[in-house]
Ligand binder design. Structure first.
Ligand code: NAP
Length: 280
């Protein structure tokens, strides 16, 4: 029987730490969120971020725009927020309405306020080992392992998924921690042969129950990033009930990486605030 890595509980502890930091701030740190259009999943994610910010005493400012707003108007707003000394972090809720240039809009965010770590400048800094904000979901995966005191150095980590948002940054983060990393994707042949070799298996695909019990070895540590919504319920990429019996540690969905992702966002905003006030 495995130990559950409880993302909700770990997030709660970290949010308490962050709330005490906020209490010591002269001015409340502020997160600005730009929402374009009315994607139902985005509405839910934004609500979760607002609630979490509120819990730790952080200001949350939401700027909503209709789906047919011009890119120029959005970029102008981002430039205004870049120059606003009372805004510490800025994010644009993705996905954007079709036809809008995600790159152009995201890249308008000043790197010092890019708390999602998604601008080209932040990404270049990340891969060149320079100071920047690490994207929140990969950071959440690493933090969950750290809080459980799971050693990564020397371990064979298999990452399933190679997206720019999750899989690729995770490869870099695990390499920095001296793990041996294998990356799998949709064209990988014999996925099972590779996942069976994992000491630590990270799955970030978005296919319900892609990973079954016969695909992992006894004692594996699993972090399930994937989310599939079906009939109002959330499912991970791992067939949790069966795989749990073989794993030594495993994250549930929901209640694993999701809450930690939001918490890492808040942590980044406080770091922005501190950088600004210490002139870093
Ligand atoms: P993505 O951009 O769609 O990438 C999915 C990756 O999975 C791609 O690299 C794809 O390979 C690979 N893949 C697809 N089918 C596969 C298969 N059968 N076997 C092996 N690999 C396969 O998605 P993402 O943005 O990385 O997100 C991944 C999942 O994590 C989604 O379910 C998303 O909702 C979830 N997510 C959760 C959080 C959270 O906070 N919990 C945050 C972000 C994302 P190719 O590159 O070859 O196409």
């Amino acid at each position: 029987m495995s130990q559950i890595i409880d993302g909700k509980e770990i997030s709660k502890q970290i949010k308490e730490e962050l709330a005490s930091k906020v209490k010591t701030c002269m001015i409340k740190p502020s997160l600005a969120v730009i929402q374009i259009g009315e994607d139902p999943a985005s509405n839910a994610y934004i609500k979760g971020k607002a609630k979490a910010a509120n819990e730790i005493g952080m200001n949350f400012r939401l700027f909503q725009y209709a789906f047919d707003t011009s890119e120029r108007e959005i970029v102008n707003k981002i430039v205004e927020l870049n120059n606003d000394e009372y805004i510490d972090g800025i994010i644009v809720q993705l996905p954007l309405p079709s036809g809008m240039s995600t790159k152009k809009i995201i890249n308008a965010i000043e790197v010092s306020k890019d708390v999602d770590g998604l601008t080209d400048k932040s990404i270049a800094r990340f891969y060149n080992n320079r100071k920047c904000f690490v994207p929140c979901t990969p950071q959440a995966v690493i933090e969950l392992l750290k809080r459980k005191e799971i050693e990564v150095a020397g371990k064979h980590v298999v990452v399933v998924g190679r997206s720019n948002l999750v899989g690729k940054p995770l490869v870099q983060l695990f390499l920095k921690k001296d793990a041996t990393v294998t990356v799998c994707h949709s064209k990988t042949e014999n996925l099972k042969e590779l996942t069976k070799l994992a000491d630590i298996l990270i799955v970030a695909v978005g296919k319900k129950h892609l990973i079954t019990a016969d695909m992992v070895k006894e004692g594996v540590i699993i972090v399930d990033v994937g989310i599939t919504r079906e009939d109002g319920k959330l499912y991970g990429d791992v067939d949790f009930d069966k795989v749990e019996k073989k794993a030594s540690y495993i994250t549930p969905v929901p209640g694993g990486v999701g809450p930690m992702t939001v918490t890492m966002l808040l942590k980044n905003v406080i770091e922005c605030y501190n950088n600004k006030n210490t002139g870093k």
